[in-house]
Ligand binder design. Structure first.
Ligand code: ZN
Length: 230
């Protein structure tokens, strides 16, 4: 029987497993030492179901010279996807893979689930306390479409200058407190494969994130299930 304890994500007192942060599947073998946080079995199963999708979405168009194994893994994974909804995604991936690998329509909701979980896991790892209660989460991709205020840019620059790296450029991240004294107000910069970068914010109340103080925004509207995450 596994040890009883509180899950990092749902907070329930349950038998604990460990969750790797970020997902272990992002790293090719031999894997570097990875951060783990306590996690209950239901959360592990539910959250883990999005990992492979996330990895495929993130690795599309990565630098094949610096990340040859990850590119090979992606191609293998695309070929082995069998669920109907995965097949549709795989076909889009394949269609986009060679001619124009930088453009791909992906399910933004699933990407958000994984990013949110990474943020909560890393927060627990560094702060030794869980983000408790309903946590609002928002993210923007950091690319040429990102419109950033002066303050927002300074924050991004600050975060970019203090990135911690796990696994040879596979994952880099940094964070800082965002809206003090808001206990769970944090701002994050996360970069995957030196290829896709995300700015993420958390707060206890969604009104704190999407209010008029919002410092960054994408030019594209956020509506809709799918977004072109290029
Ligand atoms: Zn849980």
């Amino acid at each position: 029987m596994n040890k009883l304890g509180h899950c990092t994500y749902c907070g329930e007192l349950r038998e604990l497993t460990v969750d790797h942060v970020p997902p272990r599947c992002l790293f090719s073998k031999p894997r570097p030492p990875l951060i783990t946080v306590p996690c209950c079995e239901p959360c592990n199963r539910e959250l883990g179901s999005h990992d492979e999708y996330f990895r495929l979405a993130i690795t599309t168009g990565i630098d094949a010279i610096n990340f040859p194994k990850e590119v090979a893994d992606s191609v293998r994974a695309i070929n082995s996807l069998t669920r109907p909804q995965s097949r549709g995604f795989a076909q889009r991936m394949l269609r986009d893979y060679q001619p124009n690998p930088s453009r791909l329509t992906i399910d933004k909701g699933r990407v958000e689930i994984v990013l949110h979980r990474i943020v909560r896991g890393l927060f627990y790892h560094h702060e030794q306390r869980r983000m408790d209660g309903p946590i609002a989460f928002a993210f923007r991709m950091v690319d040429q479409n990102l419109k950033v205020s002066l303050d927002g840019q300074q924050r991004l620059d600050r975060l970019a200058s203090s990135l911690v790296t796990i696994g040879n450029g596979v994952f880099r991240y940094s964070f800082e407190s965002f809206l003090e004294p808001e206990p769970f107000g944090t701002a994050w910069l996360m970069r995957f494969y030196d290829h896709k970068a995300f700015f993420c914010v958390t707060a206890s109340d969604s009104s704190e994130i999407l209010g008029e103080n919002s410092q960054v925004s994408n030019t594209a509207e956020d509506g809709g299930e799918n977004d072109n995450l290029q």
